[in-house]
Design a protein around this ligand. Structure first.
Ligand code: XIL
Length: 380
């Protein structure tokens, strides 16, 4: 039995011994039933390997049981919406810091790290940034936005998704040789330089923060090639970029395992760290990071046992790949907390069900540490 397995068995025994007949734990906390541990928590199982996160605009609007679930299972939180440009900086002279401040405080009080999301994006960004402004004016607005937000949480937020989703969807053999940047309002106002500027402004505001480029489907096909062209340029130009976020919105029907395996290696070869930043594996329906189309209307079909097994297998295989690259991977964050707290609600994508119970995927992820079965990447 290796040390890690011994530690796991030990922690299960401690949990068994410290829960009394009244359902109270030794620390005096109420054993929340649904949230009660039936084995090592995912964050403990992966301790010293990589951080395990969840997204949410905590703590407002979350039940005590949900907050317990976060405390017990995750050691890093990404704000799902409240730090995006639209919500936090709706007009030039208006900032809404109430929710971001509350999130940062709650996480600090509970020894949970925060990863900031996101400074520059084409979505959830109000038009005032671009209105009646020449290049200089828009650059100043970008700098003020980043400087104020990153500066406010300097030393309290460990890293930021600086630029989100700058690369076009799809692509072909021709675009694969280029950065294929999205014609976003930032691109129209400032050209491709907006990306390097954003990283430089963020670095100035907090030189210790880990700065990420974040995107979906960048592990596959021409979009992956374009991401390599872009990142190679940023690294070559000495832009302060630390890592790449592969969002990880996948579906049980098709997870691109081999592409993921290879992409992590490709990014590492540029000297960059990798995080899986928005992981969810839907049981049916939409995958990918595109906005919209996720929420079902009317009744939600519950997942069958077979669905849950297929999802558990997918998560197990994914984590085996992440473990293979553990020296490159800093963090794996789920996009939401439970199947009720998910932007893809109705497609049962997460590791806790709508009643906060562990799904088969949870055990498969912990199991991946002890019996990893990484699928080797096929040669190019
Ligand atoms: C989503 C949130 O989960 C939703 O609540 C919101 O309505 C739209 O944005 N890629 C990202 C995230 O980088 O910010 C998106 O989050 C999901 C796709």
């Amino acid at each position: 039995m290796n040390n890690r397995l011994l530690a796991m068995v030990g922690s299960v025994m401690v949990v068994c011994l410290t829960v009394s007949a009244s359902g109270q734990t030794a620390e005096g906390k109420k054993d929340g039933g649904a949230a009660s541990p039936a084995g090592p928590s995912i964050k403990d199982a992966y301790k010293g390997i990589f951080l395990i996160g969840a997204a949410g605009d905590l703590p407002g609007g979350y039940s005590a049981e949900e907050l317990d679930l976060v405390r017990q299972n995750f050691n890093v939180v990404t704000p799902e919406n409240c730090m995006k440009p639209g919500p936090v900086h709706p007009s030039e002279n208006t900032w809404r810091f109430e929710r971001p401040d509350a999130l940062v405080k709650w996480c600090a009080d509970n020894q949970i790290a925060v990863h900031g999301h996101t400074l520059v994006w084409h979505a959830q960004t109000n038009n005032w940034f671009f209105r009646d402004g020449d290049k200089d004016v828009v650059t100043r607005r970008l700098k003020d936005h980043i400087g104020t937000l990153v500066g406010r949480y300097k030393g309290k937020i460990r890293g930021w998704d600086v630029v989100n989703e700058a690369i076009n969807d799809g692509g072909n053999a021709e675009t694969a040789k280029t950065e294929n940047l999205r014609k976003s309002p930032w691109m129209r106002a400032l050209g491709p330089e907006y990306i390097a500027l954003a990283f430089r402004f963020a670095h100035e505001a907090d030189p210790d923060a880990k700065l990420y480029y974040n995107d979906y489907n960048i592990e596959v096909g021409p979009k992956h090639e374009s991401s390599m062209v872009l990142l190679r340029r940023l690294v070559k130009d000495g832009v302060p970029i630390h890592g790449v976020g592969i969002q990880g919105h996948w579906s049980t029907a098709r997870v691109p395992y081999e592409a993921i395996d290879r992409a992590i290696g490709d990014y590492a070869s540029l000297g960059l760290k990798v995080s899986i930043t928005e992981l969810d594996v839907t049981i049916r329906g939409t995958s990918g990071g595109q906005l919209g189309g996720g929420r079902p209307r009317g009744e939600v079909t519950p997942p069958s046992e077979q669905d849950l097994k297929a999802q558990a297998d997918a998560y197990g295989r994914l984590f085996a790949i992440f473990l293979k690259h553990k020296d490159q991977i800093e963090r794996v964050t789920f996009w939401g907390l439970s199947d009720r707290r998910s932007w893809r609600r109705g497609q049962h994508p997460l590791i806790f069900d709508a009643s906060n119970h562990r799904k088969p995927a949870y055990a498969a992820i912990v199991e991946a540490i002890y019996h990893p079965k990484p699928e080797p990447a096929a040669p190019r």
